[in-house]
Design a protein around this ligand. Structure first.
Ligand SMILES: *Cc1c(COP(=O)(O)O)cnc(C)c1O
Length: 358
């Protein structure tokens, strides 16, 4: 389906940032996508306009009751000069699952992906072509209806902004850097029946205090435990967590407290294809610690759009420090990273049918 969105070209194009020193999420492109929703008209007036401030009534529901959800994905430049997206329909479907949970209207998946494609096509010149660079895409939906009172809003705004980004880790030439992770035993991210499976802004506000503590403990990220027993491993920061014990890869099941990562799904599919045993099951942090002690824990890594695969070199759990894979990069993390990153950027043939050209 082809969508014809109105287009207002910027009269004031920005200078593009130096591709060698790109930071994550600091620079934004020249245009953004906007689309309104009202109960009478549904989603309407999709348009690409110059990047700039939004004007909202101070009573807009998003400011008071937090009706907001977002997505995160990337556009990559391939060696032959094409631009491609990685599994964008999964982001569209997940966006709708987030919206439904907080009573926001769903967006037709073809319309969602069509809007992404149209904006990325407009901002083609902003997609850097150095290794380990890409265009990060941030779609989000807010309730812009001006009222005070706790009930679902009647009007919404869908926005897409884009940011050229560099390598997630500051390693010359890119690649993987093992991280230190802090096991959070007090604060929790999500509980059964809550909003943990939805990419809603409030989840991240609620995570900040724990993240600050992890940093003050010398760690890069939090390892979240379940909210009831503070015992089962759930996620690492804003990425999904994988544990390799006795050759079995274990990740938390999607019971409602885990964000269903597109990268997570892709890791699972690749491991199945490779004949590696992969289980979506609950795993106790104490069993991880025991496996580290008896030598059966070989790797821990996290998966997400921003860094693809992030190996964990050390976890800090209560008073003990556990070193994983000798503090280095495990073979499975490396193979997954190389394969996923290769498919995304077009240096490896996409025999999974995961990418689409813009
Ligand atoms: C976005 C996110 C992920 C990773 O999802 P991807 O689709 O792989 O980028 C995992 N956990 C949380 C909490 C997230 O917000």
């Amino acid at each position: 389906m082809k969508h014809d969105f109105k287009f207002e070209k910027t009269s004031n194009p920005k200078q593009k940032p130096n591709p060698d020193t790109l930071k994550f999420g600091k620079n934004f492109t020249d245009h953004m996508f906007l689309m309104n929703y009202s109960t009478e008209k549904g989603w309407h007036d999709g348009r690409i306009v110059p990047y700039g401030n939004l004007s909202l009534d101070p009573a807009a529901a998003v400011f008071h009751y937090g009706q907001e959800a977002f997505e995160g994905m990337k556009a990559y430049r391939t060696p032959d000069g094409n631009v491609r997206l990685f599994r964008p329909y999964m982001n569209a479907a997940r966006s709708n699952a987030s919206n439904a949970r907080i009573c926001m209207p769903e967006i037709d998946c073809e319309l969602f992906v069509g809007a992404i494609k149209a904006l990325v096509d407009t901002e083609r010149d902003w997609i850097p072509n150095k290794p380990n660079t890409s265009l990060y895409i941030r779609p989000f939906i807010i309730a812009d209806d001006p009222f005070l009172g706790v009930h679902p809003a009647a009007t919404y705004l869908f926005v897409i902004i884009c940011s050229p980004v560099g390598p997630y880790y500051d390693i010359p030439g890119g690649g993987l850097a093992p991280a230190k992770i802090y096991v959070e035993c007090e604060y929790v991210r999500a509980t059964l029946g809550g909003v943990g499976f939805a990419k809603v802004g409030g989840n991240y506000a609620a995570s900040l205090l724990a993240q600050m503590r992890a940093v003050s403990e010398g760690c890069a990220q939090v390892l979240w435990l379940d909210a009831i027993e503070h015992s089962y491993v759930e996620e690492i920061g804003t990425s999904n967590a994988f544990f390799v014990i006795n050759g079995e890869v274990i990740t938390a099941p999607l019971l409602g407290t885990i964000l269903p990562g597109v990268t997570r799904a892709s890791v699972i599919e690749l491991l199945k294809k490779w004949g590696v045993k992969i289980s979506e099951r609950r795993l106790k942090i104490d069993d991880v610690a025991l496996a580290a002690k008896d030598g059966s824990l070989s790797e821990i890594f996290a998966s997400g759009t921003a860094a693809v695969i992030s190996p964990v070199g050390e976890i800090k759990y209560k008073d003990s420090k556990i070193t994983i894979a000798g503090g280095g990069v495990g073979p499975l993390a490396q193979r997954l990273y190389d394969t996923l990153y290769g498919i995304q950027t077009g240096t490896i043939k996409d025999d999974m049918g995961w990418t689409i050209n813009v």
